[in-house]
Design a protein. Structure first.
Length: 240
């Protein structure tokens, strides 16, 4: 009987290939199958950010699976998509082949890996390899500590309704607002109304070549890319 392969959820970090962990690098060198999320397009698939980050460390002649997911507004996750790719990955695992599934940042921090994990973890060996998260990367590049002492950090998804966003940002010592995208103006207006615009930082594509780091008050964009974050902390918290 063939021994099952192991599914590895590899956090590849926020963008800089040098931030890949030693453990993730070791697994990439040995896994015969590499999977990664990629945007579905009308003519197939777009470029995968996760694969681009890991590209310098991926050996040649690996079997690759691009998990094509729709990037349009609507219900998520796309269950039929993950059902289909989980079945394909499961075939490799059942045949005894390890599969390394790449994920930007950390696999369990808004990572798409969790949807494949939920479908396969009861049937096959799985191991999650943590990665450098966008939280740590954005704070480091902005020179803005997230929290100290007994402060509370709240991770807030920008697509929340405005009233909910306002309540959560008003109640916390510090916040990281993720998934900014087309919600940039809404978030900026809420922070301005709360008197928390000063001291808020906007970080776009942290650790990548096209990185942008600015005080949020100086950002005149209406929308932001997916790989952007807003960090905010009470002015009396100290630090930058």
């Amino acid at each position: 009987m063939t021994e099952h392969g192991t599914l590895y959820g590899l956090g590849v970090g926020p963008g800089d290939p040098e931030l890949l962990t030693l453990k993730a690098h070791r697994i990439l060198q040995s896994a015969p199958v590499i999977a990664y999320p990629a945007p579905a397009t009308g003519d197939g698939g777009g470029d995968s950010m996760a694969r681009a980050i890991a590209a310098p460390h991926i050996p040649a002649d690996r079997t690759e699976i691009a998990i094509l997911t729709p990037m349009t507004p609507g219900p998520f996750p796309a269950n039929d998509v993950y059902d289909r790719y989980a079945a394909e990955i499961g075939d490799h695992l059942a045949a005894g082949r390890d599969v390394a599934l790449l994920c930007e940042g950390d696999p369990f921090l808004y990572g798409s890996f969790m949807y494949v994990f939920d479908r396969l973890a009861e049937r096959f060996p799985c191991e999650v390899v943590p990665g450098v998260s966008s939280l740590g990367a954005c704070a480091a590049r902005a020179g803005a500590p997230l929290v100290s002492r007994n402060q509370v950090l709240t991770i807030v998804p920008a697509p929340l309704p405005e009233d909910d966003l306002r309540r959560r940002l008003a109640e916390t010592d510090a916040a990281a607002v993720m998934k900014v995208g087309r919600h940039l103006t809404k978030v900026r207006n809420v922070l301005s109304d709360l008197g928390r615009l000063d001291g808020a930082w906007y970080v776009e594509r942290a650790t990548m070549e096209a990185e942008t780091v600015k005080p949020l008050a100086e950002v005149d964009l209406e929308t932001a890319p997916y790989f952007s974050m807003i960090l905010v902390r009470h002015a009396d918290a100290g630090g930058r």
